[in-house]
Structures are given as C-alpha cells and as structure tokens.
Ligand binder design. Structure first.
Ligand code: PGA
Length: 305
C-alpha cells in the first residue's frame, strides 16, 4: 500500500470530526482537497472507508481498521519529532495552550516574557470557557491547559504555580463597602452578577454558599469578567471575581473588595495535562518557566483577610 502521512492525517481528522467539512476547516484545507485525498486512500485500501447514511458519515469496518493503524502511526511520528527536537536541544516551534478566561489577566504577560527569551516559539493561546478547556484536556488537544478548578480525575498531572484569590467586588459607594466585616448571609440579600455555570469562579462561590446553607439566585449571568466589572461599576450588583482581574479598577478607585467572612478565597492556578503525556521541549521549557518565574514576573496583589 502506498499511503502518505498527509492522507493519514486527513483521514484521522475526518474520522474524529465525523465530517469532511470540519476536518477541512481544522486542517486549513478546502473540502474538495480533503475528499480527493480520501478517495486516493480508499483506492489504496481497495475498500470504502466511510459510508453515508442520511447526512452523516459513518466509518466502515475497513475505516475502523485504518483508524486504529493511523492513530499508532501518527503517535509514533509525533514521538519521533519530539526525540529529534530534544536531540537538537532547540526551544522552537509550536506551543499549543488552552486556558480558562480568567487566566487572560496573566497568561499573555507570562508568554510575552517567555518569548523574549525564546523568540522562535510559535504560541497559540486559546482562551475559552472551563467546559471547553476540560474537553480539550481530556482529548489531549493541547500541550497543556491552565485552569483554577481542576477536574477530579486521577489520570491528570496538575502543577500548581500561582495564587488565585477570589474576592467579593462592589462599587465604592455601595452600603457594604465601608463595613469592617460583612457576614456571608448578608450577601444573600444582594443582587449578584455571576459567571456562567461551570466556570471555576462560579463553582467555588456556589460551594462556599452551599457549605454555609445559603443560596443566591444570580441576578444576571455573564461569561466575561470584563462585562461583570462593568455591570458592578454600573451598580447592577455585586460579584465574585479573581483579584487578578481587578488591578486597573482597584487602582482607579472604581471597584472595592468587601471584607466578607470566608473571603478572600485562596486558591491556585494549575498547569494540567494527561498523566504520562510526553511534553515537547517547548512545552516542557514553558511549563518550567511558569512554575519557577511567574511570581517574580507578575505583580500579584496580596489579599487582606
Ligand atoms: P474561570 O476559572 O475563568 O472558569 O472562572 C477561574 C478559576 O477557576 O478561578
């Protein structure tokens, strides 16, 4: 059989995505280009690899057999590429990272510093919601991911590297703003602008309320800390946010952090990947960099309790 690696890569993507169109998009190719290569692969195998039922494609028995071999071959090629890269010792090439939205307040700066030392690295930093980050992590789609609330799964390797401190945020003229101590139950009477369900920030706040037998129905749900800050500044309600996101507004006196019992909630940021994953030299170097340098590189506000 005369198979090319390009054909196997295309086939793997079509199989995984269950669609020629999605595979073409993922690989930055046209749909006809994908179809032609797949036809050539089928001609080599001398059997159809997919069958069309309704509007969907399904792998045939031959398709499943080719997929099994394909995954092995591509993994071996990736492994070879990593070995060669390590032998060369050059920190260059792609760095694929997915991070939860709150990490946008520090990950670009860490990456910026790293790129000054390693200008030949080609980063791809994807900011997305926690659900998507977890999905990408489990599918091994990135070099590693960064999140605050890691899934409870023993197949994961988690590296803590920075504090993640959550506080209750209010506009400075809010009646609770001047209070020395605000009880958690006092918050239950307030309007809250909350992050989307499933976000790390939201999970932690909900868990604290539940532990104390309290429940707050969100007045509004927004999936962006920037939008939440605007809503809080506009007097629409209070919010729980990571202190990483507040630097500018706190310095400008536009937002204050309330002194609430149980707050600040001190947590960590984690770099996470599947256990046993072989990291590329670039990924390993960046991971070491953030584990050892992030405190010095970032000006992290210390929470007052
Ligand atoms: P989030 O994650 O952006 O999903 O809220 C941050 C965190 O876990 O604190």
């Amino acid at each position: 059989m005369h198979l090319t690696l390009q054909q196997l890569k295309l086939f793997e993507s079509v199989y995984r995505n269950g669609s020629y169109t999605r595979a073409a998009k993922e690989l930055y190719l046209t749909q006809p280009a994908v179809s032609i290569q797949l036809k050539r692969l089928e001609a080599q195998v001398e059997l159809p690899l997919f069958e069309v039922v309704g509007k969907k494609i399904f792998p045939t028995a031959a398709g499943k057999a080719v997929y099994g071999a394909c995954v092995d071959i591509l993994a071996r090629v990736d492994d070879l590429a990593l070995s060669v890269e390590e032998l060369k010792g050059e920190v260059k090439g792609p760095l694929e990272l997915s991070v939860v939205t709150t990490a946008k307040y520090f990950m670009p700066r860490l990456l910026g510093h790293f790129l000054q030392d390693y200008p030949d690295v080609e980063p791809r930093l994807r900011f997305t919601n926690r659900a998507r980050v977890v999905e990408r992590l489990m599918n091994n789609e990135d070099d590693f991911v960064v999140m605050g609330q890691t899934p409870d799964d023993k197949n994961l390797e988690t590296h803590p590297f920075l504090e993640n401190i959550l506080g209750v945020v209010a506009p400075p003229d809010h009646p609770l703003a001047g209070r020395k101590k605000v009880r958690l139950q006092d918050l239950a009477k307030e309007r809250f602008i909350e992050r989307e369900a499933g976000s790390g920030t939201r999970l932690v706040f909900d868990a604290l309320l539940e532990k104390n037998g309290l429940r707050i129905e969100p007045y509004m749900e927004l999936d962006s800390s920037e939008a939440i800050k605007q809503a809080v500044m506009a007097g629409l309600g209070l919010a729980v946010l990571s202190l990483h996101s507040l630097h500018l507004e706190q310095a400008a006196g536009k937002l204050v952090v309330l002194n609430v019992t149980g707050f600040p909630i001190k947590r960590r940021w984690y770099a996470v990947h599947l256990k046993g994953k072989r990291l590329s030299l670039v990924a390993k170097t960046f991971l070491d960099y953030i584990l050892t340098e992030s405190h010095q590189l970032l000006d992290i506000p210390q929470a007052s309790s």
